[in-house]
Design a protein around this ligand. Sequence first.
Ligand code: FAD
Length: 453
Amino acid sequence: MLDAVVIGGGPGGYVCAIRIAQLGKRVALVEKEYLGGTCTNWGCIPTKAMLTSAHLYTEIANKSKRLGIEISGLDYDLKKIMSHMNRTITMSRKGIEHLLKKNEVDFFNDNAVIKDAKHVLLEQSGEILETNNIVIASGSEPSMFRPFSEVEGIWTSNDVFRLEEMPESLVIVGGGVIGVEFATFFSSFGVKTTLVELADHIMPSEDSDVADELRKSLTRQGVEIIEKTKVTEVEREECSFILNAEGEQELSLQAEKVLVAVGRRPNITEDIRDLSLKIERGIVTDSRMQTSVKGIYAIGDIRAGIMLAHVASYEGIVAAHNIAGDEMEMDYSAVPSIIFSSPEVASAGLREADIDDKQKVKIAKFPLSANGRARTVLENTGFVKVIADKESGKVLGMSIVSPSATELIMEGVVAVRNGLTVEDLENSIHPHPTLSETILGALEGIDGMSIHI
Ligand code: FAD
């Protein structure tokens, strides 16, 4: 009898399985396709590998002359960009395989079908695993719906990773994280890119000033951004697509390719439905990641909560500890959200748009243009915004638009998660000259004491 069977080898499932094994329990992991799941194979890793080429290309194109480097004949080779992406994916998959072995997790490359709370069938081999606990970590897939589902050849994010030729033009439907990252990639290489977003602004989960800054830099890179607009019709012509859209005005767009990047839906299969678990948009769990059926846990995208790899992994850690007999609860107070655009965007904790009337807060912003390190690397688009509680001085939220924002945000995450005050952070000496001093500038600004503006 196993202590746990984990279904799905994505960042939720494999992390959970390894932690269960580290806690001395017998665990099996079942993955029907590739280890690493969406994140390693069709998500975080391939996008960032592709964006590395895109960022380097634009850096050289935009900055080399001013930095005294003469480059002639700057060009790119899509085949090599995609080989770098594929190599990164393979290395990541192999790394996970090694970690599973090292931690003595029994790995099955098979489709898992849950028979009941104690039995999981491995469909190809016919073996039945008997277990005390099941962790469902079977992830999500791109959402496709009308009118796009009725037209052949429309891309989802999965199709981009099979790219063989750069299109001349592209309409991306959906201005969230995935849409913005792909707009950054394609526009960097000169693809005529249009980004259509239904909400008031791109990156609707971020504050409007963050979106404004990103809009500026994407527009500078040639991306046409159309907000408050819904694509209502799409038709395929011989070599292109025609899209009709409604917003403040009706428009018609034409492009060689269309990419739909409008969210993902959890992989809820028949066997999961037959368990009579509570399901809303995704599988519902308590704060210990247990579903409404004792001994069955659900983590990651299958919950349709915050669909991010680091959230899936942490939910996996929480589930593992509870399965091993510890008491551990999820805490979503400081989940970092990150976008690998140019410049990058990252936030944690409270957003300005979510402050309610009763909350007494102080807000300060510090521009990147006043930061010495930013000047040395020829960057001036961006800022750091800090939101602090007026009375206690606790840092409640941080938003960053800056190169390396995805790394810098950890200061905000640690502060919000641990109830640190503005003073705590200010009194932690920030190295000079670094972009992290932009955070210091914003912290000082909370009490009107910014030195550098
Ligand atoms: P998944 O990673 O989807 O893994 C689920 C696994 O379960 C899959 O491998 C699937 O094959 C397997 N499976 C399903 N059913 C069965 C079954 N019956 N039997 C056996 N195996 C099964 N997140 C970030 O944090 N940072 C990013 O930069 C980022 N970029 C992204 C970019 C894109 C283009 C996309 C699409 C997503 C991105 N994400 C990012 C989101 C991230 O990939 C997901 O949140 C994360 O992969 C969810 O992890 P998971 O373990 O819940 O599910």
